[in-house]
Write a protein that binds this ligand. Structure first.
Ligand code: FES
Length: 263
C-alpha cells in the first residue's frame, strides 16, 4: 500500500523552501490541475467554435443551449457577431465568477496557490479580489440573476422539443431526452449556487423573527442540500451542455437520424 506522508519532503531543494520542497512523489498530484486546465480550455475553445464558426445550432425541435434564447436572426446580430455570441456572455460570466470554478482555475491555471496547504508562490502583496480584474468576481450575484432568466428559456426549449415544427407531430426523441437532462443538471448547478443560498437565508441571524422566516428557512435547507454537491453540478452540467450541442451538430451533419417515438 502506498504510504502518504502528511509532511512534505524536500527533493533537491537544499533550503527546504519553495515549490520543489513541497513536491509529492506519493501520487500524481498534477493530474487534477492538468485535467481541469484541459477540460476548461477545451470547453472554452469548443464554445467559441460552435458560436463563431458553425452555423446556428438548431434542427427540427432542438435548439442548442449555446444558441438559446434566439436573438436577432441567430445568424448575424451585430456586424460579425451572431446572437449566440451575446448569449455566451451569460454562462461565461456566471461560471467564471462561480466560487467553485474560481478555486479550480486559481489553482490549476494560475497556481495561485496550487493547493490549500501551500502559500503564495509569488512574493508580492496579497490583494485577494479587491483589485481589478479579479474584483469583477464580486459581481457573481448579478450574473446569477441573468443565469436564472436564461435557465427559464432552456426549460422552454426542452419542453417544446416534444413538438417537431418540421412535420407538426408530437414525439419524444433522444434529443428531447438530452435537452431535458441538460436543463435538469443546469438547474441543479444554478440552484446549488452559493449566492442563491445566501440570498435565501445566509444573511439572517434568526429565522423565527424574520419576515417569511419559515419559508426562507425551508428554502435555505433545500438549497443547502444541493449546495453540498455544487462542484459535481458544475462539472456534470458543463458536460451536458457540450453533449447537447455536439448531438445537435451530428444531426445537422446528417450522421444519423434522431431516434424517437411519435405520438
Ligand atoms: S457559486 Fe457557483 S454558480 Fe454561484
Amino acid at each position: 500500500m502506498t504510504q502518504v506522508s502528511a509532511t512534505p519532503t524536500a527533493h533537491g531543494d537544499k533550503a527546504g523552501s519553495g515549490l520543489l520542497s513541497r513536491l509529492r512523489r506519493d501520487q500524481p498530484w498534477w493530474l487534477l490541475p492538468l485535467t481541469v486546465v484541459g477540460v476548461l480550455a477545451g470547453f472554452g475553445i469548443y464554445a467559441l467554435v460552435s458560436v463563431f464558426v458553425f452555423r446556428p445550432g438548431e434542427i427540427g425541435p432542438y435548439l442548442s443551449p449555446f444558441w438559446s434564447p434566439k436573438i436577432g436572426n441567430n445568424g448575424t446580430l451585430l456586424g460579425p457577431f451572431p446572437g449566440a455570441a451575446f448569449i455566451l456572455l451569460s454562462p461565461l460570466a456566471f461560471r467564471g465568477t462561480c466560487y467553485y470554478y474560481r478555486k479550480a482555475y486559481y489553482r490549476s491555471f494560475f497556481w495561485d496557490p496550487p493547493a490549500c496547504t501551500l502559500g503564495e508562490l509569488r512574493h508580492r502583496k496579497y490583494r485577494g479580489e479587491s483589485a481589478l480584474p479579479m474584483a469583477l468576481n464580486n459581481l457573481h450575484r448579478f450574473t446569477l440573476y441573468v443565469a436564472l432568466v436564461i435557465l427559464g428559456f432552456l426549460w422552454y426549449d426542452a419542453v417544446i422539443a416534444v413538438n417537431n415544427p418540421l412535420d407538426g407531430r408530437w414525439g419524444f426523441g433522444l434529443g428531447t431526452a438530452i435537452l431535458l437532462v441538460n436543463v435538469v443538471l443546469l438547474t441543479g448547478y444554478t440552484f446549488s449556487c452559493h449566492s442563491l443560498r445566501h440570498l435565501a437565508g445566509g444573511g439572517l441571524d434568526c429565522y423565527s423573527t424574520a419576515r417569511l422566516g419559515a419559508a426562507r428557512n425551508r428554502a435555505w435547507r433545500w438549497l443547502t442540500a444541493l449546495n453540498v454537491r455544487h462542484s459535481v453540478w458544475a462539472w456534470v452540467s458543463l458536460f451536458s451542455v457540450l453533449l447537447a450541442d455536439v448531438y445537435i451538430r451530428m444531426l445537422q451533419a446528417g450522421w444519423f437520424l434522431d431516434p424517437h417515438v411519435g405520438f
